[in-house]
Ligand binder design. Structure first.
Ligand SMILES: [Zn+2]
Length: 339
């Protein structure tokens, strides 16, 4: 029995030393120490050993087993270290290679302009409100005094989802929704994406952004509207900026006006930027039509208000002197990096 164990041990030792990988080493472990391994077989054969011999043989088997386990563990560690060494050699980093550049993005000119506008109005106590881009015809048109068959509905080439649902053509429906909630007074701006089925050119895009403002309170007059927009223009384009109100028509407001600002390039003398006129058109505005107030559940005898709408792209184009709106949507980083 002693010789048998010594033979097993010698054989196992040899095979362990020959193992050149962890999987080979594991095969050896299974072959000798596994359930059907050679050493295990000896243990199983103990019943055939004479009773007085058993303790001695048992001790030999255990000693052999312990020795082999120790050797297996030692070899395993060596092989693991070698494998790690090999891996590190293979994955060695060539520090002379040029590094991958981490491109840090930055804000789009539209976003910069929007944040500027928001900052100005938040400073005047306005709240920023958002609303759905897919909107009911009711809010996009009807509640804004644009009933079925109204010419304005034809003028605006609208994307219809179905007869009652559209991609909003303006951010004004957000105003109707806020008015309907009935929490007065209201002092809000609603920035957001709007959609019209326009062909893409230097000044048109089927998707663009508007920022609309609305104030409803007791005793609001056209003077408040003028003062507010004058302040806005000065904050945005510089303290020397003058504003000019020209009568206009919008269904949502009465009276209505378009607002020009004095050219911030030439100060009003006339230049290529303002096409020689000294003025640049920036927005539309007016006193909220009493009919609109009524439809949104506000008593026009008690409350009055004003509204205005400005194109975000128009502001970005003016502020950064960009002459083609398409540049804002092409996402060419060489262009965007300039702002
Ligand atoms: Zn000018």
């Amino acid at each position: 029995m002693r010789e048998k164990l010594q033979r097993i041990q010698a054989e196992a030792r040899k095979r362990i030393q020959e193992s050149d990988g962890l999987d080979k080493l594991n095969e050896v472990r299974v072959a000798f120490l596994g359930k059907k391994g050679e050493l295990t077989a000896v243990l199983k054969g103990m019943k055939d050993v004479a009773a007085e011999e058993r303790p001695k043989v048992g001790q030999w088997v255990n000693e052999t087993r312990a020795e082999l386990e120790e050797l297996l563990e030692e070899t395993k560690k060596k092989l693991e270290a070698a494998a790690l060494e090999q891996k590190l050699k293979e994955e060695v980093i060539d520090v002379t290679l040029p590094a991958k550049k981490m491109e840090v993005g930055h804000r789009h000119p539209n976003t910069i302009a929007l944040e500027e506008v928001e900052r100005i109005f938040i400073g005047m106590g306005y709240e920023v409100v958002e609303g759905p881009e897919v909107e009911y015809d009711l809010y996009n048109f009807e509640k804004l005094n644009i009933p079925e068959g109204h010419p304005a509905k034809d003028e605006q080439d609208t994307f219809y989802i179905n007869k009652n649902i559209v991609l909003r053509t303006q951010t004004s429906p957000v105003q109707a929704r806020v008015m309907e909630e009935g929490k007065l007074p209201i002092r809000m701006i609603a920035p957001g994406r709007v959609f019209r089925s326009d062909e893409v050119d230097a000044t048109h895009s089927p998707s663009f952004h508007q920022i609309e403002g609305l104030v409803i309170d007791k005793h609001i007059t056209f003077a408040d509207l003028k003062g507010t927009l004058e302040e806005f223009a000065k904050e945005l384009f510089g303290s020397e900026t003058k504003t000019k109100f020209r009568p206009h028509h919008f269904p949502f407001t009465e009276p209505s006006a378009e607002v020009d600002v004095s050219c911030f390039k030439c100060g009003g003398k006339g230049c290529r930027f303002c096409k020689g006129s000294g003025w640049i058109e920036i927005l539309g505005c007016g006193m909220v039509h009493p009919h609109v107030l009524e439809m949104c559940g506000i008593d026009p005898e008690e409350y009055t208000g004003f509204a205005f709408g400005v194109g975000l792209e128009r502001i970005a184009l003016l502020k950064y002197e960009i002459d083609d709106m398409r540049l804002l949507y092409e996402n060419d980083t060489r262009f965007l990096r300039q702002f």
